[in-house]
Design a protein around this ligand. Structure first.
Ligand SMILES: O=P(O)(O)OC[C@H]1O[C@H](O[C@H]2O[C@H](CO)[C@@H](O)[C@H](O)[C@H]2O)[C@H](O)[C@@H](O)[C@@H]1O
Ligand SMILES: O=c1ccn([C@@H]2O[C@H](COP(=O)(O)OP(=O)(O)O)[C@@H](O)[C@H]2O)c(=O)[nH]1
Length: 735
């Protein structure tokens, strides 16, 4: 097991140079604060941006910079100020951040900053490649580095790569507006495991992958050519012990040991013992809803005037991304709002809002958390919001009320808090009222549950879960690879084939010999395929059967003149040596009158779907339908049909974007077994791609070489990645 390489834009510390000397200050923001705890306890290296541009660093200080970072287990990626502008202040925070937080109107789509984003992602990938060995694990973090997984994968196909997104993944309707949406998805799919904070973000991502890349998704696996990518949700926790113990220590402080801030907070408590302190802490970011919170506070004071002079709101707004115009505007808006509210409501002995625009050291954070009766955290959108968790962790006596926005990822796990929609002032004002008046016992009950969960699923557990899931995914991949039809395995199969006396090849058509097309009639054979099938049919002592679910008219047109052997409609019809099709099974089709209207009603209600009518079966195709909607309708149809056909001898086959209703005693396994019974074959091969081919894989004799096209679960013994490879393999039989 190799080392772990953590990679993120923000390192655990930010370097500053003043008067020729370097200082390292802790980074603010959930990614850095949370990952810091994970990093400190392991032998990982952390690669990221130091916070200084190349232009900021005098040549003579360069070695000291590396040394200062190495003390924190970190190493840097060098960025020029133009790169920081285009990559960080540009594409990351003027395009992706607003878009992924549903601020579509703030998103700028500039080709120039996209190009810088790509180039800088390449720089980060190169920094990993420089340090990584094949048995290392690379853990890439966040939206600034979404192209890195694929860039590393290209150069190191076997390395283990995890990616975690710390912000929301927006719904498809929002994500689709990004001009470079496919590139971003493909970048992420370079990872083996992609993690999100919540199931909602995960399903939005999967929906975009299905719709924009057309990839097959089964549960939380994405099937991409030769790889399976796992997607899952891992809600990030906090270093619970660090916060709860700091709070316990804090209680022991004598007055002299207390910070200035704590003394100021104490004065407040002393002067107005029955007044409540409400705390709001965020980076100054429009996604955090600070301006809205101020308006809601004003609304509260007007709705419940009895609380004037009885509540005080402390706003800690941490400076963030101040080169981005939207953040500058927000700063102005917040300053003005606070000025106005304080102007309107202040009395001689009371200012309703205390405002701090800065970041504070850890000990002051603990002062604020432990002194506040209520934490009011109502982002408009937030990937997780760790502050909410930190506040609860510091409540050593279990009192305190958390008012949390439904739009924060943490709301999913913090049901015992007062959850509000930040846009609903009425509800928010009532929540503040409820928080002020909540009996102590109820506060304790709620926090007891919250603390139990936060203590159990802490940041260490979160990181371990992610890493074990990544490891499992790699092992699963390796197990899968053990079934791949490698060159070595193929040569064994070819030897057996050559040494056999009487040989049989069963070949499925769609998805095996030919690719899919939205219109099945357009997926006809090409010249290369005819040439291949001619060559196979010319082989000595070898019989070849095309085994398909297709109707006999289509195969008559495509293949009868070639005199290929064919089994169609899953085994209803057979044609041998160019003879007309004859029935292999005695089946009826009078049931179709009952089923057809049901399928027609589904076609009417499912745009893009259509019915294919065969002699003895009906198929409902939904390849052209929106994938989520198609699957939903397919499930619905399955339920309707299952009850409808309960007394008939019919079954429903769920194929690749098609549902087919046919006689139960017809399937490819039974049909191929009948043909096989006509001779004494000592080599049999069956190859197919979908569910209907599993009948062959299961029913043919154990010695059969069964090959699945694709990576989905199968009864076949071997798998092949794609159609192109199928053709190459079959060509080898003719050499
Ligand atoms: O690095 P910055 O541009 O200064 O921004 C600070 C971080 O903000 C974002 O934090 C997110 O991660 C938290 C932990 O998972 C989560 O609780 C929060 O909801 C997110 O907004 C950003 O994702 C990080 O990359 C930044 O470093
Ligand atoms: O002055 C401050 C204020 C906040 N924080 C930390 O910044 C993080 C904020 O993370 P959160 O997930 O709430 O939001 P983000 O800023 O990452 O969007 C939390 O761990 C806080 O403890 C900090 O280090 N110094």
């Amino acid at each position: 097991m190799g080392k772990t390489i953590i990679i993120s834009n923000r390192l655990p510390v930010q370097l500053q140079i003043s008067n020729g000397s370097i200082s390292a200050i802790p980074s603010v923001g959930g990614l850095a604060t949370g990952m810091k705890s994970v990093h400190s306890g392991s032998d990982s290296i952390w690669i990221g941006w130091s916070g200084l541009t190349d232009e900021d660093i005098p040549k003579e200080l360069a070695p000291q910079i590396d040394k200062a970072l190495a003390e924190h287990g970190s190493s840097k990626v060098n960025l020029t100020s133009d790169e920081v502008d285009g990559f960080y202040f540009g594409f990351s925070n003027r395009t992706i951040w607003p878009l992924f937080h549903y601020f579509l109107e703030y998103s700028e789509f500039e080709l120039e900053s996209w190009n810088v984003y790509k180039a800088v992602n390449q720089k980060f990938a190169d920094a990993i490649l420089e340090k990584a060995e094949d048995d290392d694990t690379v853990w890439v973090h966040d939206y600034q580095l979404m192209l890195v997984p694929q860039m590393v994968r290209e150069k190191r196909p076997n390395i283990s790569i995890g990616f975690f997104l710390h912000i929301p993944f927006p719904s498809f309707e929002i994500f689709r507006t990004l001009p470079w949406r496919e590139e971003v998805l493909e970048g992420l799919l370079g990872a083996d495991l992609i993690g999100f904070h919540t199931y909602d973000y995960e399903r939005h991502f999967l929906s975009s992958v299905r719709r924009l890349l057309g990839l097959e998704v089964s549960f939380n696996d994405i099937y991409q050519d030769k790889r399976i990518i796992k997607v899952d949700s891992f809600p990030m926790g906090i270093d619970y012990k660090k916060f709860s113990e700091a709070a316990k220590e804090h209680e022991k402080n004598t007055t002299e040991q207390q910070s200035d801030l704590q003394q100021r907070l104490n004065n407040h408590k002393r002067s107005t013992p029955d007044a409540k302190l409400i705390l709001s802490i965020d980076r100054l970011d429009y996604s955090k809803g600070i301006a809205k919170r101020l308006n809601a506070f004003e609304y509260f004071l007007n709705k419940y005037p009895q609380y004037k002079e009885k509540v005080r709101l402390i706003i800690l707004a941490v400076p963030s991304r101040s080169n981005v115009p939207q953040y500058q505007l927000l700063k102005k808006e917040v300053d003005e709002l606070i000025g106005r509210i304080n102007g309107d409501f202040s009395t001689v002995s009371w200012t309703p809002i205390w405002y701090f625009y800065r970041s504070v050291p850890f000990e002051n954070l603990i002062d604020l958390y432990t002194s506040s009766d209520i934490a009011w955290l109502t982002p408009l959108r937030d990937g997780m919001n760790l502050v909410a968790k930190e506040y609860v962790a510091t409540r050593t006596d279990k009192t305190g009320v958390l008012i949390l926005s439904e739009m924060a990822g943490s709301a999913n796990e913090m049901n015992e808090s007062l959850l509000v929609n930040p846009n609903n002032f009425e509800q928010t004002a009532d929540a503040i009222y409820e928080a002020i008046n909540m009996p102590k016992e109820e506060q304790i009950d709620r926090n007891t549950e919250l603390q139990k969960r936060l203590e159990r699923y802490n940041v260490e557990r979160w990181a371990n879960d992610f890493m074990s899931s990544l490891k499992e995914q790699k092992e699963r991949d390796a197990a899968n690879v053990s079934k791949r039809l490698t060159e070595h395995r193929l040569s064994v199969v070819l030897d057996d084939f050559k040494n056999a006396k009487k040989k049989m090849l069963f070949l499925d058509y769609d998805g095996t010999l030919s690719g899919f097309h939205a219109d099945p009639q357009k997926a006809g054979p090409d010249e290369e395929l005819y040439a291949l099938l001619d060559a196979l049919n010319a082989l000595k002592d070898t019989e070849v059967y095309l085994v398909s679910g297709r109707d006999k008219e289509t195969f008559t047109k495509w293949f009868l003149p070639k005199k290929y052997n064919m089994i169609v409609e899953h085994g209803v019809w057979i044609s041998q040596n160019g003879e007309d099709f004859r029935m292999l099974e005695n089946v009826k089709n009078d049931w179709m009158e009952k089923i057809r209207p049901v399928l027609e009603s589904f076609v009417d209600r499912t745009p893009g779907s259509f019915i294919e009518e065969k002699n003895y079966s009906l198929a409902w195709h939904y390849r052209k339908t929106d994938p989520d909607f198609g699957n939903l309708r397919a499930n619905e149809l399955n339920t309707v049909l299952t009850s409808l056909i309960a007394n008939d001898d019919l079954s429903v086959l769920n194929g690749n974007k098609v549902m087919e209703i046919k006689s139960s005693n017809v399937n490819k396994g039974r049909a191929t077994m009948r043909v096989l019974g006509e001779g004494d074959y000592d080599f049999v091969l069956a190859i197919g791609d979908d569910w209907t081919d599993e009948f062959m894989f299961q029913e043919l004799p154990e010695s059969t070489v069964t090959i699945k096209v694709g990576r989905q679960n199968t009864h076949a013994k071997l798998f092949i990645d794609d159609i192109k490879y199928v053709r190459n393999v079959l060509k080898r039989f003719t050499d």
